[in-house]
Unconditional design. Structure first.
Length: 255
C-alpha cells in the first residue's frame, strides 16, 4: 500500500531545508574584501550582511538569517563614526551645521553611493523579484547592505576596523556640495526660520512605517509649536524628515 503524499506546504518546507544557504566562492569573497579593504575572520558575518530579507520566506528562515539586524546595528556604528569625523573636521561649527551634514552623510542615497562604489549589489543574495527590480531614485537594497556590512566589520574586527572601512570607502561629495550651498537642506532652513522667529525648534515624529521590510515607506510629521505642522513620506526616516521640513517651510513662508 502506497503512502499518501505529503501536503504541499510540507514539501516546500522540506525543499527549503534541503537548500544550501547562500555562500560566496573564495575568489568572490577575496574580490569583495579587496574592494572594501577588510578581510573577515568570520566569513559567516559577511554572508549575513549580504543576505537580503527577501530570501527569508524562500528559506523559511528566522530573524537572524538576513541582514536586517546587522543593518540596525550598522546604522548606529555609522552614526557614531560619522559624528566623530564631523566634530574633528569642523571644530568651530555649531550643532545645527553638524546635524545638517550628518544627516546627508548617513542618508540612504549616500549609503547607496558607497554600495555602488564597491559594486556591492553584485554580491548581494536577493530573490528573483529583487534581482530584476530597477531602483527608482537610489538602490535601497545596496544602501541597507552597506549599513549591515559596517556592523559585520564591527562585530568581526571592532570599532577601529569599521572606522577604517568608512574612511576608505565613504562618499563625501555631499559634504563638499552642502558646505558650498548651506540652503539645500530643508531641515537646516527650518531651524534657521525657527531661530529668526524666536520659536521652539522643529520636532519630527514618525507616524507610520508601511510597505515591505526591504522597501519601507516612512511617514513623518514635522511641527513647530504654535506655528503649524506638515507630514510627508520617504524611503527612509531622514528622507521623510527632509520632505516634511520642506512642506512645513512652504506653509510657514505663506503665513
Amino acid at each position: 500500500m502506497s503512502r499518501p503524499a505529503r501536503p504541499k506546504r510540507t514539501r516546500h518546507r522540506a525543499a527549503a531545508k534541503a537548500r544550501k544557504p547562500p555562500t560566496l566562492s573564495p575568489e568572490r569573497q577575496k574580490a569583495l574584501e579587496t574592494a572594501i579593504g577588510y578581510r573577515f575572520k568570520d566569513p559567516d558575518l559577511l554572508i549575513r550582511a549580504l543576505t537580503h530579507p527577501s530570501l527569508i520566506d524562500e528559506y523559511h528562515a528566522g530573524v537572524g538569517f538576513s541582514n536586517q539586524r546587522l543593518e540596525f546595528l550598522g546604522d548606529r556604528v555609522l552614526g557614531l563614526v560619522m559624528a566623530e569625523i564631523l566634530i574633528y573636521k569642523f571644530p568651530k561649527e555649531r550643532e545645527g551645521f553638524l546635524t545638517k551634514h550628518f544627516h546627508d552623510l548617513v542618508s540612504g542615497p549616500t549609503c547607496a553611493a558607497v554600495g555602488a562604489k564597491v559594486k556591492l549589489r553584485d554580491y548581494l543574495f536577493l530573490d528573483a523579484s529583487m534581482r530584476s527590480n530597477q531602483p527608482s531614485r537610489y538602490d535601497i537594497a545596496a544602501a541597507d547592505a552597506v549599513e549591515a556590512l559596517i556592523a559585520a566589520i564591527y562585530n568581526d574586527g571592532g570599532i577601529d576596523a569599521a572606522e577604517r572601512f568608512i574612511k576608505k570607502c565613504w562618499v563625501f561629495d555631499t559634504l563638499t556640495k552642502e558646505t558650498a550651498d548651506p540652503n539645500t537642506n530643508p531641515k537646516t532652513r527650518l531651524s534657521d526660520w525657527c531661530g529668526a522667529n524666536q520659536s521652539a525648534y522643529a520636532v519630527y515624529e514618525t507616524l507610520e512605517t508601511s510597505g515591505p521590510d526591504h522597501n519601507p515607506i516612512f511617514t513623518v510629521k514635522a511641527s513647530v509649536e504654535g506655528h503649524g505642522e506638515a507630514t510627508a513620506k520617504g524611503g527612509n526616516k531622514a528622507e521623510a524628515e527632509r520632505a516634511a521640513a520642506s512642506a512645513l517651510l512652504d506653509l510657514l513662508e505663506k503665513t
